[in-house]
Write a protein that binds this ligand. Sequence first.
Ligand code: ATP
Ligand code: MG
Length: 220
Amino acid sequence: TTNINNDAQVSGTAIMGGTFDPVHNGHLRTAVEILDRFHYSSLKLVPCFQPVHKGRPSVTPEQRLEMTRLAISSDVRLGVDTREIQREGPSYSIDTLRDIRSEIGVSEPLIMVLGMDSFLSLPTWHDWQALIQYAHLLVVSRPGWEPDLISELSAFCENYRAGSPHELQCAPSGRVWFETLTPLGISSSMIRALARKNEAIAYLLPEPVQHYIEQHQLYR
Ligand code: ATP
Ligand code: MG
């Protein structure tokens, strides 16, 4: 496993976008493993307003945001970035990366963390070839998803694949890195399906999020 340096934190803004419908331990475990291995000081979850490649979320953006807030509150290194929800409309990652880049300046590393399933769909994203101009792509393993790269993506990887994870700490953007994490076969769809059947969702997501779902009778 990657462990780049054991001591100092490195500068860099790490983000992970998602629908978080609801946020779960697969997301959170991904976030903390990346922080432990890459030593960025924080990672922000970025809940989308309107996902571009799947149907409408089952609950409101405010509810997804509230659950995300509950989930990250137990770890000071985790945060939430509300810009996509405030922006409204379809949530294009390219808009978000451009926006963050203009805030942090040209030289600070910006790291977009995404699961293998998301990465494989990259060629369908709006202006996808431009993403790498603004950020590094840190692709994490996800059970059930193998890196079967279609030709467009393998060409992309040939151009941008980092030789070592250090490159994601030095350069501001422009590199792709694949990182294998503890496999957790948890998805939001699975949690929604369990809730719909009135089966237990405990231990798949943080307790405060579980209680929020129960209290507000979400996903029934
Ligand atoms: P759904 O089942 O509704 O599609 P999801 O579980 O895939 O939801 P998203 O909000 O779509 O959750 O995911 C946000 C990001 O987190 C994506 O980049 C996704 O690949 C990644 N991710 C989600 N679950 C896991 C997991 N268990 N392991 C690794 N990465 C994950
Ligand atoms: Mg998904």
